[in-house]
Design a protein around this ligand. Structure first.
Ligand code: HEC
Length: 152
């Protein structure tokens, strides 16, 4: 009659294998006796490190200036993210997107004046059209896009 389950020798070798792995694990976990504080700090240091602007960060981190040099957002992008909410529907009588009639008297003020007003705000039009991070060039692109969008 066939024996039930596994034979004793099989169990014994499984237990042996387990003990071997456990012992190896313990050996690895134990720190070598020659550890210095620096070794321990190196092993336990957090994965991410904070490097503040102006600090020497080992040159591995992209300089903050890269952000400033990032490509300017297009007028369409700025409009979609910041101006569209009011200028698409004419909320509070905002001149509507591509509405030539509504824009004509405003455009007559000149691009410089429009930019100045956009930055300062006008009645319920908020300063910077809410795009606080926008550069003058980006705001001007947004105004151009809104007043004379590319023909589609
Ligand atoms: C919270 C609503 C709102 C947002 C957001 C907004 N606008 Fe306006 N905008 C207005 C309103 C309202 C007016 C009309 C103000 C008036 O004539 O009293 C206006 C007017 C303007 C004018 C005409 C100013 C003039 O001299 O007549 C320009 C240019 C303009 N907005 C640009 C922008 C740009 C660019 C953005 C996005 C970066 C933007 N706006 C975002 C509400 C908004």
């Amino acid at each position: 009659m066939a024996s039930r389950g596994r034979s004793l020798p099989t169990y014994r070798s499984s237990i042996l294998a387990f003990l071997t792995v456990a012992a190896a694990g313990l050996a690895l976990a134990q720190a070598p006796a020659t550890d210095t504080v620096a070794d321990i700090e190196e092993r336990t240091r957090p994965f991410g490190q904070l490097c503040l602007k102006g600090q020497d960060c080992g040159g591995e981190i992209a300089p903050a200036a890269a952000v400033d040099n990032a490509a300017a957002r297009s007028g369409e992008e700025v409009y979609a993210a910041h101006c569209h909410i009011c200028h698409a529907t004419g909320l509070n009588d905002a001149p509507k997107f591509a509405d030539a009639e509504a824009w004509a008297p405003r455009l007559a003020q000149g691009a410089e004046e429009l930019l100045r007003i956009t930055k300062e705000g006008l009645n319920t039009m908020p300063p910077m059209g809410t795009c606080m991070s926008c550069t003058d060039a980006e705001l001007s692109s947004a105004i151009n896009y809104m007043t004379s969008p590319p023909e589609s």
